[in-house]
Design a protein around this ligand. Sequence first.
Ligand code: GLA
Length: 756
Amino acid sequence: MAIAYMEKEKLFWIDTKNTSYVIGIVDKEQFVGHVYYGKRMQRQDIFYLMRTGEAPFVPSKNNRERSAFLDSLPMEYAGDGLGDYRESSISVKTKGGHAGVSLAFGSYEIKKGKPRLNGLPATFYREEDMRGEGANEECMTLILHCRDEALELDIDLLYTAFEQEDVITRSVTVRNTGKNELFLTKVFSASLDLDNQDFEMVTLHGSWARERQVEYREIGYGKQSVGSLRGVSSHQEHPFLALKEKNAGEDTGSVYAMHFVYSGNFLAQAERTQHNMIRMTMGIHPKNFSWRLGTSEEFCTPEAILTYSSAGMGQMTRNLHDMYRNHLIRGKYKDKKRPVLINNWEATYFDFDTERLLDIAKRAAGLGIEMLVMDDGWFGHRNSDNSSLGDWQVNEEKIIGGLKHLVDEVNALGMRFGIWFEPEMVSPDSKLYRKHPDWAIKIPGREPALSRNQYVLDFSRSDVREYVYESVAQILHGANIEYVKWDMNRQLSDLGSAFLSPECQGELSHRYVLGLYELQERLIQEFPDLLLENCSGGGARFDPGMLYYSPQIWCSDDTDAIERLKIQEGTAMIYPLSAIGAHVSDCPNHTVGRSTPFETRGIVALAGTFGYELDITKISEEEQQMIPKQIEVYHKYNDLIRRGDYYRIASYSANHEYDCYMVVSKDKREALMTYIQVLGEPNRRSRRICLKGLKPEYNYRINGKDRVYGGDVLMSGGILIESRKGDFKGEIFYLNAQESVIKDKKLDKKNDKNIK
Ligand code: GLA
């Protein structure tokens, strides 16, 4: 059993394939303590690891010198205001204005599968069976029913173990069982107290066109955090936090990671305490958050994904990739090759009409591109970014003959059709805003801040959500539309809702996110064949919450191949390549002005969903002729790229010279390595690259050449990559294990029972 209660020892023991997580109940007060998380161990009495008998640094002996005891006990979910001065996990305000929360363990449940989290995106064992019935012991849930008697508040701590992926998910449900209203002012999803093992913090930071750059930093005493108060998880900071041993690298050392399945404000924090412990926390950002909890009402937090790797950052990456591919991404395209698309944004911006789009489509179809996506500018009277959001009616002055005509023409070329929306927004210059100015988020008496000339719609209102949904759905019903790019081009500010009562204004940001989830769920239920790609000013919509609705997310408006190396490295550190929206665009690049070879742009875009974002009628004949070859390469390798194990070999952000990663099939028979030489230096000898993830006993042929190399030779000896003249040169290496070796029974018996 993956989860067990050891009654005598008062330990809850959760195992995954390679990790153990242990919780202890501290007698008398029934505190829920954290005992251990790390490498898998045999089940024994390890209660002593909580050090409950050790005196903290207080004048008295530790005969439950209560506040000092609470302040040093490793906790599973920390109460508030009663003596633990570290970051609390929950804060509650009573009608009397008091704070103070303490959790006492009451009872527990251990069950197969995983309960759903109402209204929230969450991982599941199997998609066809979201409640998890029939799940075997590969997915089990522990629920600790806790209670604060003084508040009459039930607090359930949920843990689900995903055995194969070495992941434990956590979430919390609180329930008001008393007669008095309570106000939650903080409800985190997870808290983890660890002995400091000379940890460094790993986070992802960025900006528009510079998303998800990896940052490593020392953890000093006190609190250090990343977070978002922008209403989306943001370009700037990402709902992810890892603690890695300082000398842990890509392939060695301990790493603890937390990733948040949520798309709004968050706080991810590491706090180093007086006793050199680290409290790691993840949850909805408490600033501007409050939630009224009436009698019998419940609040359910989004979930946090936890994984531990004893084999460096690379194993953490592969755990998360498997987790998201197997247990978070849903729908028809979950494990399908995506159509190669061409998007007209960087080709035309707002300046297009039916004829222009059909010109692009005709040329694209002839070169093997499979879908045309019509981006921003097809509705209302939108010819720039200063109008019409909210008026989702086709502009027939541009889309001459109507949308159905355009789509039919595109279909007649053998291509599919996709469309752009920005459903959460309203332009001041729109029929919608003129009719319903109170539908925008704003504070009464204060002029709301414009951003990209637009306001944010109040998605906490069901009438707003209904209008938006119907607007999108009627367009989708009107023509054969097979893809939607759901964009969101500004962040929230001026938080105020004309719908919520004064005491509930603090609920707006979370209700906004819940409203967004409701709409996307409705959309994919009504249009199950639709391919949905989320987007926010480039890559600000990347978070595990959005992956539950869309199997792919636009990674960045920066489509420059070299900048993308850094952005895609950070993104792929925690997301599978199948989810990363990546296109070949024109040069000089519109964002950074750099020119890179067309071939290199194609290789870089392979590490994602693959497509084009350029005016195909204007690029050179030579570049056009390279497109069929690139598409052939995409089709040939995409199954491997989508499903394989990802290994980072070299980081351009760290070495400033070259980028290299590999994808290896699960059975280790195939692998693909891409290598980008960013800087060509004079008189440089070849570079020795040691491959990863191969089977040492197999012999591999590289790029179909005559000679074969042992997996061990490739991993320990490596290959030599010649320096090429010039900058930005890309190469692909395809390796396949040779049949003669695989069929060698002697090797098979010893090394791999599955191979016949
Ligand atoms: C955002 C997206 C772009 C494009 C524009 C349209 O910036 O990231 O790809 O769709 O909006 O306005």
